[in-house]
Ligand binder design. Sequence first.
Ligand SMILES: C[S@@+](CC[C@H](N)C(=O)[O-])C[C@H]1O[C@@H](n2cnc3c(N)ncnc32)[C@H](O)[C@@H]1O
Length: 250
Amino acid sequence: MDRNADAPWSKFDPEVYVDNNYRTPLEVDLLIVRLMRDWFSRCFTGATPGTARGIDVGAGANLYPALSMLPWCEKVLLLEYARPNVEYLERQVASGGYDTAWDAFWNELRHAPAYAAAEPRSRFGEIVRVERGNLFDLENGSRRWDLGTMFFVADSMSECPDEFHRGVRCFMNALGEGAPFATAFMKESVGYRVGDHDYPAYRVNEDQVRESLEPFTGELEIHDLHHMVRPGHEGMILALGRRNAVVAAP
Ligand SMILES: C[S@@+](CC[C@H](N)C(=O)[O-])C[C@H]1O[C@@H](n2cnc3c(N)ncnc32)[C@H](O)[C@@H]1O
């Protein structure tokens, strides 16, 4: 059984990954972006925009979770383990702005008022920072954020059930009490290929996602999206919620 440390993360090709998944936006991703936009807009009703600290865990080569957090944040951290992805993200943050591939996702976001007021390219460059790090190091809860996303990571980095649960726990331990979050999982994934390399997955369904998140959440809504992206999985699961009262890590 492939553990997280066994996978060829140093060979991960972000451009191929973007070609495979995001260069031509899929309706399911645009739907996820709209659901996330509306959830965060509800959570931050009455709050002063631009004051939260956000984190996207295992950001990889996907900017739409960070773009979804943009209006609410004074800072957004992209935490990522694979060096090629860290370099990809650093290029997106550098002056000149992110690739035009991400404009389609902003076009969904900008229909909500808080997003319409933002100039995403310059703001992204100003407030987003990239850090190479391991999600498992978030477990002790010594670093916490006000808003968080984790997309296709806990289920898409290992075949081991204990590492799936640990991944979810680490994300939750990085969120402060009441923090809104969005997290997504490939449903029943048997693994995925990027270029010439295979990456592991732990098969989850809606019940397993709910069970893993419920201990950490006050509000939780789960969207079981029956869209196939490629053979080898059965759709996507999006969970939107808020972190419940933070209990000290064991
Ligand atoms: C399927 S990709 C998802 C990328 C991106 N979040 C997305 O939505 O497309 C899985 C990501 O998890 C990252 N990853 C794997 N193990 C990790 C770890 N221990 N800590 C942090 N990130 C990790 C990988 O490098 C990769 O970027």
